[in-house]
Every structure is written in structure tokens, then in C-alpha cells.
Design a protein around this ligand. Structure first.
Ligand SMILES: Nc1ncnc2c1ncn2[C@@H]1O[C@H](COP(=O)(O)OP(=O)(O)OP(=O)(O)O)[C@@H](O)[C@H]1O
Length: 748
């Protein structure tokens, strides 16, 4: 009785889905906004007006509507939105959803915290729903995020809004152990939320990974994903997905570079930039300040700031992982009276995720690199964003401060600028950022450097961290592109070193070139990054500087430097010979010409031009000045060459035989010496009464080693053994002779 009922139910459900899809499609088609129009400028539906189908061929207008309910969306999406408490649309959602729902490519820009995530999650769900996408259809949508945390957050939004849909979705991010398990399931997923690296890994490694039916590609933080740091990965990804698809790009700092967009083959994209006309580029409820803080007072200022805001949730940005680690570890030891946390790209993924969610829950201070600067929505409850180190450009500033004042909440930010970085203030103001320069109350400044110095004396580890932080900070300034703002030569290096609590100023090799001709106190060495060899106070392993893996944020900078800096900067970098970027520049890739037939050789003249093969050997000028070869000379030369080769071959073989003989003899001698020592030991142990078990073990071991290390011809082995035993009682000359005999017996 039950079965037919459920079948009937399923059939009814299927029919109602089909009908719903037909209705949505007609509705979407009916109310399509004009390409290039801004739905925000259209009048909203009057309250109480009918929604959806009005009569046979008429539907309510949806471009201009203010509520999700008024949009041509599936009931499943509407239910998901309602349950997640989303009813009214934000400006970016109002402006972009009507275009996105009719399948257009979108280039969306809106301030941080303005709701861009839903502006792409909803179209993804709707597109697949309307296509009746099912498990057997494979990957229908890919959402790419630049960081793992952000991908995780997007996945959560997708899960909550899409909870009534039946699509399968997966979070594919690096740093997780279960990549093999992922590989088994990835082909069953309909929506992938991923970072570029992990997606590419699946494209390369997962058998039968197939995106050929992809319907929607989304790039969140699109400008970041399109910049040079991700260029290769993105190009590789794009080359493996179909060109015919919908593409949605969103960011608070959008790219409009034609080149970038061409790479993604966008089709007449809609530029939806809701805050372009806005007086400010940052959220209105964000109160932004800047303070001039000399480099050597930054930590004092930060410490004092934290002590003065013990009941807040504070996000602190520093320029590198090393900086983050040092400040976190040192301040933790000084116990400021508020929980401290740190987040950077070199932490294990689970830990990163844990820290991220803990910070969302409790009041605390989170020290972070730019890994937390984009997209993260810390429960809308960050009170303060403190930028201890100046951001690399205006876009980075906007994203960092955007971690507070999200959606309808307020927030505050403070930027520490060194006297040499004041140009940044002008740049920010030029880009419509209402930032106010305030004076620090130096009377309330609580100096921390003496406390740090005391800590560093006690802890080698902390001293090491301080050294690394010192160097990476200077390097980060040194590699910055914007030389109007960042000038490493203007920094009070010794004072800075003292402010970290370091007893001596570490030597910095990359500064030597810069200070040539300029008298700067302290001595800098170009070649070594050791700090004081005599006293051996702060010796770092060479590996740590020269061969370590670059950190997430450093890699980005290095990429930027190699690809985008003006030639002058690149030259400087090459000349200084300091960091990996320089080595990357120097390292020329050898290209293999796959079209050249196997066995042919390319000959170059003095100017580096290619010549025809054998041209140098037998060129004969013909009347018309073209080069022709004398065939007789060439074939004679070939005969000679063959003879030469044969001769060389003979000599090589002889030499090789000699070498092998010698090597074997050395091995035999070593073996015999070893055995003699063992037997001497045995004898000694026997004399001193050691147990038989040990002796047996040793004998076993020896026979195993013997078996493993030589030929498995038992006969020969026995002979050799006999010889070896005999060798113990004879002179060195005799031993050599015996070994030679043995070798010749082996070769015969
Ligand atoms: N329509 C809405 N109604 C209520 N809250 C919303 C709505 N849309 C988004 N939000 C909330 O606003 C906050 C910010 O949204 P979201 O993270 O999408 O911003 P964003 O524009 O992507 O920010 P960023 O540029 O920093 O990535 C989130 O907490 C989200 O839940």
C-alpha cells in the first residue's frame, strides 16, 4: 500500500518541480532587466502587489525589488534564505541578482561586508536547479576563493542557504589530509568550493575528474585571484573548463582589466558597481583613524592599545608570519589580560580553522598576516582592526579594515604609519577613504621593549623569533613595489632592533648595496645573514633564510616583484642577489623544441643565430650566396667520426672495467675489515661470558647482510667465505692478492 503512494508522491513532486521551473523561466524571461541597466534605479514593487504570475503571460517585475521573496527563485532557495533570516536584499544583491538570474556574466563590486556572497550563491543554486542538475551530471559549478578560511566560510553559507536542495557540494582546500578520500568522491560532487591550488591538484591527479559540463564559475575576491600570484593556476584551471558557461566575479576592489577578463572569456559582462558613486570606498559605519608611530615605538603602541581595550575583539595585521609569531609569543609571555591568538599561512589547516572559529566566539586579540584580510566575516563582531604594518596598497587597506563594520554593524580601525610612510595617507584619501589622522597620547604609552629584552635574555627561542621578525620586516619593506611609501633606508634600524628586545642589531645582507656610499651606523654584510659570528649570539641556520619555503603572503609579494615591478626594480633585485625572486629571475628555463626531429643538433654562430646542421663543417658558397654542403666532405667526415667514436668507446669500456674492479676490491677489503672486527668482538665477548643468543643474532645478521650485499650464487659465496675466513690470518698484500683472485673468479 505504501509503495504506490510514495511513487505517486514522487511523481507529483517531480511534476511540480517541472512546473515550478517552467514558471520561473517564464518569469525570468518576462522581467529581464535591460543589459547595462541598474536595477537599483528601478522603482520597487508596491507593497501588497501580486508576486509571480499575474495572468497567463504576465508576471510581476523583479528588477528593482527589495526582498528575496519578490525574485523568481525556487521555493527551496526561498526557504533556505528565510530560515537563515535573510529577507531584505542588500544593494549589491538587488543590483546583481536580476542580471545573474537571467544567465548573464557579472563583474560585481561593492564595499566589504555588503553581502556579495549571497549575490553569487543564489544564482549558482538557481542555475543548477533550473537545469535539473543531479548526481549523475557531475560538477556543475565551481566557486573559487583565494584562501582556505574564506572557502570554508563560503561553503557554510552555501550549506545553509542551499539546505533544501539536493545537490552535493564539497569543500576542496589545501592542507587537509584526506586528499585521497576527496579524490574518490570529487567526481560525485555538483558544486565545488575550493582554493585554486587544490582544484588544480584534482584536475591534475584525480582520475576521470570532469568539469566539461560546468555551468557556473565564480571567483570570489576576483581581483586577488586574477593577480599574478594565482595567474598560472587560474590559467591552467580555465583551460580545463568549458568556455560556454556563466561567470560571476565579485570583489570589494574589482578588476576591470580587459586582459584579465579576456582570460576568463566573459561574454558582455554586467558591471555592477553599487558603491561607485558613494562618497566613501569603505563601509559608512566604519570609523577610521591613522597615527604616526615611529618604527621603534610600534610595539609599545600596540601593547598600550591592547591594554587599553581589554574588553574588545581586536584584529591586528602584521606584515609576515615571523612578525606574527614573535609578537604573539612575546606578548603572550607578558600576559596583557586578554586572550591572544595568531593566524598565519604556515600553520596547520585544522589549527587555522580552530583559531578562526575561536576568534569568532570570544573577545580576544588575533595577530594575523593578510591571510585573514579578505572576505572573512568574523561573526560581524570585530571591534577594532589595528594595522601595525602598513598595507602594501589601498586595496589591501580596504580589505583589512573591511573585517569590521560588516553589514549593519559598526567598527573602528587604526593604522600605524611610520613618518616615512605618510604618503600612504594621501593615497588613501585620494581613493575616497575617510581616514582621520590622530595624535597618540604618548603619556599613556607603556614601553614594552625593556620587558622584551628581559624575555629575550632568558629564551633562545624567542630571541631567534625576534631576529627573524626583524629581518623579515625589513625585507618586506625592501620588496614593496610602492617606493613612494616604502623606503627601507629611512628606517631607524638599530632603534627598531632594540625595540624588539634584541641586544645586538642583526646584520642584513640585502641592505649593503643600498647603503653603499651612505654612512649608516652598524655594519651590514651582503653575503651572510649570521648576526655575530664571534659571539655566536644569534646564529640562524643558513637554511632558514636561503632555502626555506616562502610563506603565503611572501610568495605573493615575490611574484609581484618578479612579474610586475618596473625593470629598474627588477634589476636592483637581481643585483642585490638577495631573495628567491632574484633567483627565479636568473634561472632561465631551457625549452625543448618538440618539433625538432630526434637526433638533430642545432648549431649557432657567434652572434647566436642558428645555422643549418653541419654548416660549420663543410659550407660551400654557391653562386647565389646561399650556403650549400659538399656531400663528399660530409660523408668522409662521417666515416672519420664513426672511427673516432669506436675508439672512444673502447677506451671508455676499459676505463670503466678498471674502475669497477677497483671499487669491488675496496668493498671486499671493507667487508673483511668489518668482519675481522666483529669476530674480535665476538672472541672478547665469548671470553667475558656473553650469552649465546647475542652471538647467534650476530651470526644471523651477518649472513643476511652477506646474502643481501652480494651475488646469490651460493657456490661462489661459499668460496668467497672460505677466502674471507682465511684472509683473517694473512698479511695485507696477501689479502689484496686473494681479493683480486676472487674478483677474477667472479668475472670468469
Ligand atoms: N540580505 C542580507 N540580510 C541580512 N544579512 C546579510 C544579507 N546579506 C549578507 N548579510 C550578512 O552580511 C555579512 C557580510 O556579508 P558577506 O560576507 O557576503 O560580505 P562581502 O560583501 O562578501 O564582504 P567582503 O568584501 O569582506 O568579502 C554576513 O554576515 C552576511 O550574513
Amino acid at each position: 500500500m505504501r509503495r504506490p503512494k510514495s511513487k505517486q508522491f514522487r511523481e507529483k513532486k517531480r511534476l511540480s518541480e517541472v512546473q515550478e521551473i517552467e514558471l520561473i523561466e517564464s518569469w525570468v524571461e518576462f522581467g529581464k532587466p535591460q543589459p547595462g541597466s541598474n536595477p537599483l534605479s528601478l522603482p520597487p514593487l508596491p507593497s501588497g502587489a501580486p508576486i509571480g504570475r499575474i495572468d497567463e503571460n504576465t508576471f510581476s517585475a523583479y528588477a528593482g525589488s527589495k526582498k528575496f521573496d519578490q525574485l523568481p527563485l525556487s521555493q527551496k532557495t526561498k526557504d533556505g534564505l528565510r530560515e537563515a533570516k535573510y529577507t531584505k536584499m542588500t544593494d549589491i544583491q538587488r543590483a546583481s541578482l536580476p542580471h545573474a538570474l537571467c544567465g548573464r556574466d557579472i563583474l560585481g563590486a561593492a564595499k566589504t561586508g555588503s553581502g556579495k556572497t549571497l549575490a553569487f550563491i543564489i544564482p549558482v543554486l538557481e542555475k543548477l536547479y533550473r537545469a535539473r542538475w543531479g548526481p549523475e551530471d557531475g560538477v556543475g559549478s565551481i566557486i573559487i576563493s583565494p584562501t582556505r578560511e574564506l572557502a570554508g566560510q563560503l561553503f557554510e553559507v552555501l550549506k545553509s542557504v542551499g539546505k533544501h536542495h539536493t545537490f552535493s557540494a564539497g569543500l576542496l582546500i589545501g592542507g587537509r589530509k584526506d586528499v585521497d578520500e576527496e579524490k574518490e568522491h570529487v567526481n560525485d560532487l555538483n558544486i565545488l568550493v575550493c582554493t585554486p591550488g587544490r582544484l588544480l591538484q584534482h584536475m591534475d591527479e584525480t582520475p576521470n575528474f570532469d568539469c566539461s559540463q560546468l555551468q557556473v564559475l565564480v571567483l570570489d575576491e576576483a581581483d586577488r585571484i586574477l593577480d599574478v600570484g594565482f595567474k598560472k593556476a587560474l590559467n591552467a584551471i580555465v583551460s580545463q573548463i568549458p568556455k560556454h558557461r556563466q561567470t560571476l566575479l565579485f570583489s570589494a576592489t574589482q578588476t576591470k582589466s580587459v586582459q584579465d577578463l579576456a582570460r576568463l572569456s566573459l561574454k558582455d559582462p554586467e558591471y555592477v558597481s553599487v558603491h561607485e558613486e558613494s562618497v566613501t570606498a569603505t563601509p559608512n559605519r566604519l570609523h577610521q583613524t591613522a597615527m604616526i608611530v615611529p618604527l621603534d615605538q610600534k610595539l609599545d603602541m600596540l601593547w598600550s592599545f591592547i591594554k587599553a581595550h581589554l574588553n574588545s575583539r581586536i584584529l591586528v595585521f602584521l606584515s609576515s608570519c615571523k612578525q606574527v609569531r614573535f609578537v604573539f609569543e612575546a606578548f603572550k609571555k607578558l600576559r596583557p589580560g586578554i586572550p591572544l591568538k595568531c593566524l598565519h599561512g604556515r600553520m596547520k589547516q585544522e589549527k587555522r580553522m580552530g583559531i578562526y572559529s575561536e576568534f569568532c566566539e570570544k573577545r580576544s586579540v588575533l595577530f594575523s598576516t593578510d591571510v585573514a584580510s579578505r572576505g572573512l566575516d568574523f561573526n560581524k563582531a570585530v571591534d577594532w582592526v589595528v594595522q601595525v604594518d602598513c598595507p602594501e596598497d589601498v586595496a589591501a587597506y580596504i580589505h583589512r579594515v573591511g573585517r569590521t563594520a560588516r553589514y549593519l554593524s559598526g567598527g573602528r580601525s587604526v593604522l600605524f604609519l611610520m613618518p616615512s610612510e605618510t604618503k600612504m595617507l594621501e593615497k588613501l584619501q585620494e581613493k575616497k577613504i575617510p581616514i582621520q589622522l590622530i595624535k597618540a597620547n604618548t603619556k599613556r604609552l607603556q614601553p614594552v621593549s625593556t620587558l622584551l629584552a628581559a624575555l629575550l635574555v632568558k629564551s633562545d627561542e624567542l630571541r631567534d623569533l625576534a631576529c627573524r621578525a626583524f629581518i623579515t620586516y625589513l625585507r618586506s619593506i625592501h620588496i614593496q613595489r610602492d617606493k613612494e611609501v616604502f623606503d627601507v633606508m629611512k628606517l631607524p634600524i638599530e632603534e627598531y632592533s632594540a625595540s624588539l628586545g634584541l641586544p645586538m642589531t642583526p646584520k642584513i645582507r640585502f641592505l649593503k648595496q643600498k647603503i653603499r656610499g651612505k654612512k649608516v651606523s652598524g655594519e651590514y654584510s651582503l653575503r651572510e645573514e649570521s648576526y655575530d659570528k664571534e659571539e655566536n649570539l644569534f646564529q640562524l641556520p643558513r637554511e632558514s633564510i636561503f632555502t626555506r619555503k616562502l610563506e603565503d603572503d611572501e610568495v605573493d609579494k615575490v611574484f609581484l616583484l618578479t612579474k610586475e615591478t618596473p625593470h629598474e626594480e627588477q634589476d636592483k633585485a637581481t643585483e642585490i642577489g638577495d631573495f628567491s625572486a632574484t633567483r627565479v629571475l636568473k634561472k632561465k628555463k631551457l625549452k625543448i623544441n618538440v618539433h625538432r626531429p630526434v637526433g638533430t643538433r642545432v648549431v649557432f654562430d657567434d652572434e647566436g643565430n642558428t645555422l643549418p646542421p653541419l654548416a660549420t663543417l663543410a659550407d660551400v658558397k654557391s653562386g647565389d650566396d646561399s650556403v650549400q654542403l659538399d656531400k663528399d666532405t660530409v660523408s668522409k667526415r662521417y666515416v672519420e667520426m664513426r672511427e673516432e667514436l669506436k675508439q672512444h668507446d673502447k677506451e671508455d669500456k676499459l676505463l670503466d672495467r678498471e674502475r669497477r674492479k677497483e671499487k669491488r676490491m675496496k668493498q671486499k677489503m671493507k667487508l673483511k675489515r668489518g668482519r675481522k672486527e666483529e669476530e674480535d668482538d665476538e672472541r672478547e665477548e665469548d671470553l667475558s661470558g656473553s650469552d649465546g643468543e647475542a652471538t647467534r643474532n650476530r651470526a644471523n645478521k651477518r649472513s643476511k647482510k652477506y646474502f643481501d650485499s652480494d651475488s646469490d650464487d651460493a657456490e661462489r659465496r661459499r668460496d668467497k667465505d672460505k677466502l674471507a675466513i682465511k684472509a683473517d690470518s694473512i698479511s695485507l698484500a696477501e689479502q689484496e692478492e686473494l681479493a683480486l683472485k676472487l674478483l677474477s673468479s667472479m668475472h670468469s
